[in-house]
Structure formats: C-alpha cells, structure tokens
Design a protein around this ligand. Structure first.
Ligand code: ADP
Ligand code: MG
Length: 592
C-alpha cells in the first residue's frame, strides 16, 4: 500500500500563500457590492429591508459559529443583539457618546454576557442549555421593559446617533455591508483555524475531542462568546441603521427568527446564514399582498418555512452544496513528504505509567478494584481479561473520562489522577477507543490534524499549519491511508477507520499510547495488517498499553501482561509466565 518514498519529496512551495492574498477576488467583489450599496438609488422601503437583512445577517453568523460549528444551542441571540442595540441607543442619546465607542462597548458587553452565560451553563448541555438560554433571554426582555430609568421602557429609545462620517442612512448601510463582508470572511475561514477545528471536534464527538487534547469547556465558552459578540455587533449596527430601538425587537420570538434564518439557509456555513436571513426577511414582503386576509399570510409563511426545513434538513445552502458535491471547500491534496517519526520523550524514569490502588465503582459494582499497573518505557504492555473484567473502565479512568474512586495515576512522573482529559493528553497520553470515535463530519486528514495539534506536541510549533499538515499526512501514510487523506470518514471501511484513529493518536506524538481492542471487528487480513502496524510502532520505541483478546498477538507483541478478572488484578508479569498462570488459564477457560 505504501508508495516508494522517492515519490514523496516535499514540494518547495508547500507553504500556502496568505489567505488574504488568495482571496483577493472576494474582497474585490465585496468592494463592488459596498460601492453599489453606497451609490445606487434606493427608496426608503428598500433601504430599510437591506438595512435589516445586513444587520440581522451579522447576528445569524453568530449562530453559524455556536450552532453550526460547535453544535451548541443558543436561544438568546436576540438578547445579545439587544445588548449591542441598547448600548448604542442609550449611549449616543442619553450620554452623547461617540457611536464607535458605543458599538465597541455594546459588542464587548454582549461578549462578556455570552462568556458568562456559557461558563455557568455549558456543562449542562442539551435541553438544559436551551432552557437556560431561554430564561436568560426572558430576563433581558424584562429588564428592557421595566428598567425605565435606563432603557426608557416600552417606549424604546429614539433619535439614535450615527457616526459623523455616515450621517445618511444609505452611507451607513454601505458601511454595514462592508462590515458584513469582513465578518462573513472571518466566519467562513474559522473552521480551518485551530479554534474552528476544535469547535467541530466538540460538535462531532465531545469525548474524543477531550481525549485528543481539546479543552472542551473552553472551546464551548469561546463559541458562545463569539456568537454573542456577533449578536452585539449586529445589534449596534441595527440601532444606528434605524435610529430607534424598543424591547419587542429583541424578544424571544426574535431569537427564534434568528435561529430559523440560520437553519433555513444552512447553519453550517455563513453563506447559508446570509441566504436564510435574506429569505426570511423577503418572504413576508413577497406575501404582503395576502395581508388583507387575516391569518392566511401567517399560515402560508409558516408553511413555506416548515416545508423548506423539512425537505432540506441541512438548509438551502446545505442542499445546494450536497447537489454540487465536492463544491464545498475543495482542498488540495498535500504531499506526504517525510516519514512519520515517533519521538517519545526520553525525560522521565524507567516507568512511563505507574498506577497504584486504582478503583472505579459504579454504585455497588466494583468495575475496577484496587488495581496496580506499571508500564515500562519503550515496551508493549498488554492488559487482558474476560469481557466485563474492567479493562475499558481502567482505560477510561487513565484517560480522565471517569474520575477514579480511589488510587493514583502517575504519567511520566506527573500525578494526573485528577486532571481532565485534555490535560492528560497535553501530558503525553494518547488513546484509541473500543468503539471507534472519529470526527465524522471531517476528512481523514482533518481528524489526524486535530491529533497532531495536541498541546504539548513538541514536534510542531504553535500555529505552524504547514508542519501540522505535514505531520498528519505522515501519520496517514504510516498507516497506509495517505492517498485517501481528503475523503470523509463515512467512505472508509471499519478497519480503515480504526487505522485513522490510530493515525490520529500517533500524529500527537504521545509518550504513552493506550489501545482499546484495536483488532475488534476486523477481519483476519485486516488483523494481520494491524499486527504489522503495531510492530512498526513498537519498533520506534513508543510505549504502548494494549487491550486485546488475540492471544497470538498478545504473546508475540507484549513483553509484559496484566490480567484482570471481575475488576481485580489476578496476574501480572512477564508474558509467557502470566499466560501459563493457573488463575489466568481458569479465568479464560473455566476452572479445571
Ligand atoms: P471490559 O472492557 O473488560 O470488557 P468494562 O470495563 O467495559 O469491561 O466493564 C466492566 C464492568 O463495568 C461491566 O460490568 C460494565 O457493565 C460496568 N460498566 C462499565 N461502564 C459503566 C458505566 N458507565 N456505568 C455503569 N457500569 C459500567
Ligand atoms: Mg472493553
């Protein structure tokens, strides 16, 4: 499978041109649109619609980030929009402050509120998160209505100021369009940044994200805060555009409108957000002629939105891109370049992992009970035992997915017993899962890049995208999947998905690699390939703790074996001696 290495020389021009340069055509097109917005002759009605669409789209971009990229629900976007709008409204009128100052202050206030809300609630997740954002939204609305001394209450704030340079509504619109173009560009490229990849990882598989080194809570808070920031900017622009704000413009119903816009257009991309926003503002205008028949207008409006979402679950843009397949961000196939080097840290002592008195109880069930394991540097150590004996639970406690009930875990001299998964990854722990956990909406290469990005991977400088890609390609080539780097996970067989998961772990250059039944579900030829692969990994001196049922593999590959039964360690030592141990024989074959 592996190509001869002379074909894999690194091209000189591997480092890509800066994004801004590559996307000059985008900015030229945007400049033309801005110029048109500034110079075309609109009547007041069209101007208002354009102003609304532009400022709303900025807020909907926020939902692209939090919901589309990070998979977190935010039903309070209108509240953040309101923060931006009210700070500009009150600031430019009651306090006579500069519009720009108020715009920035409002956006920052929204950012802070978003971060706070995120920090206090994101650990809840799912329905609870939705409920809390709704409550927050309702509280903000109540404050807008009732804190009359500050917000002018239900009457709202009028005669809101604009910057001196952009006094006419149309010049201000042109500015908003320019802002939209810049923000849209940033949101469009967010998925390919470190933060964006982390967000997608969290959305696709939160557990795996933590284990490969993503600080899940921080990433969610960042997504929430960014979403709120865009809400605040949109709101500030909205207040300047219409010169009037009132509480009903920022109600829960408006949050639902923002959400519908995002879902309608396609929440995964800012293009979808822009399409959805435009449509949801235009449909009511198109249906205006129905307004004479009470009820009919709302019925048709609601029905058309439901139909679009029902038949295009990924939104209109998702539908279009699926149809044009591969139209989505086409990525050039990077060269595989240098072979994968595993350079396990040689700093610590003889033992890489020292587990003492480890226990994990689920209620009354002692899944792991007072287990000691010592893994020697540079060796392959097998953890075996019948089904249900606590092997996976042990690995889950080691990697921080479960808290230990008792005991201590030392990794390379560091006590990691109470660390969350991402810090253990940073300390050098890598793993694969018994049930494969890949980031399913991403390509093989992207999955492995996220592995290579592990904080603490000393082989790669922070932010060095070229080195990251290089490393990920080398890892994929190492497991024999280099030529398929740009395919989505769903197009790989089960066995190959396993290999991608191993490549993801290898790219991270871990000090200790935990493998949970890597051969499970593979056919016999795939097992042989895996066997070869493990030998090649071990030959590079990487320390491995492997769970496996295949006694041939275990006895050939591992120098040391620990045996569990009913959560207890029943044998431990040099491979051959352990496999002949009477307790081990009876645990596997039954007594006598
Ligand atoms: P193995 O990997 O050795 O087959 P496991 O570690 O998966 O075994 O399971 C050990 C025992 O712990 C089993 O009895 C299993 O039912 C139980 N167990 C594992 N995870 C949980 C959990 N999250 N909650 C409750 N019981 C669990
Ligand atoms: Mg298991």
């Amino acid at each position: 499978m592996s190509a001869p290495s002379e074909n894999l020389a690194i091209p000189a021009a591997l480092r890509p041109k800066p994004l801004l340069l590559r996307h000059l055509p985008y900015f030229i097109a945007a400049a033309i649109v801005v110029f048109a917005a500034a110079t075309m002759r609109f009547d007041g009605y069209v101007l208002n619609i354009l102003m609304q669409a532009t400022t709303f789209a900025v807020a909907v971009f926020g939902l692209t980030v939090v919901l589309g990229l990070c998979g977190q629900i935010n039903l309070a976007q209108a509240a953040f929009f309101g923060f931006g709008a009210y700070v500009v409204g009150i600031g430019t009128t009651d306090y006579q402050l500069s519009f720009w100052l108020c715009l920035v202050a409002g956006a920052l206030l929204a950012l802070a509120a978003g971060a706070l809300l995120g920090m206090s609630t994101l650990k809840l997740g799912g329905h609870y998160l939705a409920m809390v954002t709704i409550s927050f939204q309702q509280i903000v609305t109540l404050v807008m209505i009732n804190a009359i001394w500050l917000t002018h209450g239900p009457d709202g704030v009028s005669r809101i100021g604009r910057p001196a340079l952009l006094q006419s509504q149309q010049s201000f619109l042109a500015f908003c369009v320019a802002a939209l173009a810049v923000i849209g560009y940033l949101v469009w490229h967010l998925p390919d940044t470190r933060l964006g990849r982390a967000m997608r990882a969290v959305r696709d598989n939160e557990l795996a994200a933590g284990v490969v080194g993503v600080d899940v809570v921080r990433v969610k808070v960042a997504a929430f805060a960014l979403s709120a920031l865009l809400g605040g900017i949109g709101g500030g622009l909205f207040a300047g555009g219409f010169a009037y704000v009132s509480p009903d413009q920022f109600s829960f119903a408006e949050s639902i409108v923002f959400l519908t816009m995002a879902l309608l257009g396609g929440v995964a991309s800012p293009i979808g957000a822009a399409i959805g926003t435009g449509l949801l503002i235009l449909i009511p205008e198109w249906l205006r002629f129905l307004k004479s028949v009470p009820g009919l207008y709302l019925a048709i409006y609601g029905l058309s939105v439901i139909l679009i979402i029902r038949y295009m679950p990924d939104g209109i843009w998702g539908f279009v891109t699926a149809g044009l397949d591969r139209f989505r961000r086409k990525v050039k196939m990077p060269a595989a370049g240098l072979p994968l080097v595993l350079a396990p840290a040689m700093t610590g002592g003889e033992m890489v992992l020292e587990v003492t008195g480890l226990a994990k109880h689920f209620g009354g069930l002692k899944a792991v009970d007072n287990v000691d394991i010592a893994v020697r540097r540079g060796g392959v150590h097998a953890l075996i035992g019948p089904n249900g004996s606590g092997k996976t639970t042990t690995l889950n406690v080691l990697s921080g997915l479960y808290n230990a009930t008792a005991g201590k875990v030392m990794l390379d001299g560091t006590d990691v017993t109470t660390m969350p998964p991402h810090l253990r990854a940073a300390a050098g722990l890598g793993r694969t899962f018994q049930n494969i956990r890949l980031f399913r909406s991403m390509t093989a290469l992207e999955n492995v890049i996220i592995g290579a990005e592990r904080p603490g991977n000393t082989l790669i400088g922070r932010g060095d995208e070229a080195a990251l890609t290089q490393r990920a390609m080398a890892a994929l080539a190492f497991v024999g999947l280099g030529p398929r780097a740009n395919e989505l996970i769903s197009s790989f067989s089960y066995g190959h998905q396993r290999l991608i998961e191993i490549a993801r772990a290898l790219a991270a250059n871990p000090t200790l690699l935990l493998l949970d039944e890597p051969a499970a579900g593979l056919n016999s030829s795939e097992k042989l390939e895996l066997h070869e692969l493990l030998k090649r990994i071990a030959a590079q001196g990487l320390t491995i703790l492997i769970i496996d049922h295949d006694m041939t593999l275990v006895s050939e590959a591992a120098q040391h074996i620990t045996v569990l039964n009913f959560g207890r360690r029943i044998a431990d030592g040099e491979s051959m001696a352990v496999l002949r141990h009477p307790d081990v024989v009876s645990a596997y074959l039954g007594t006598d």
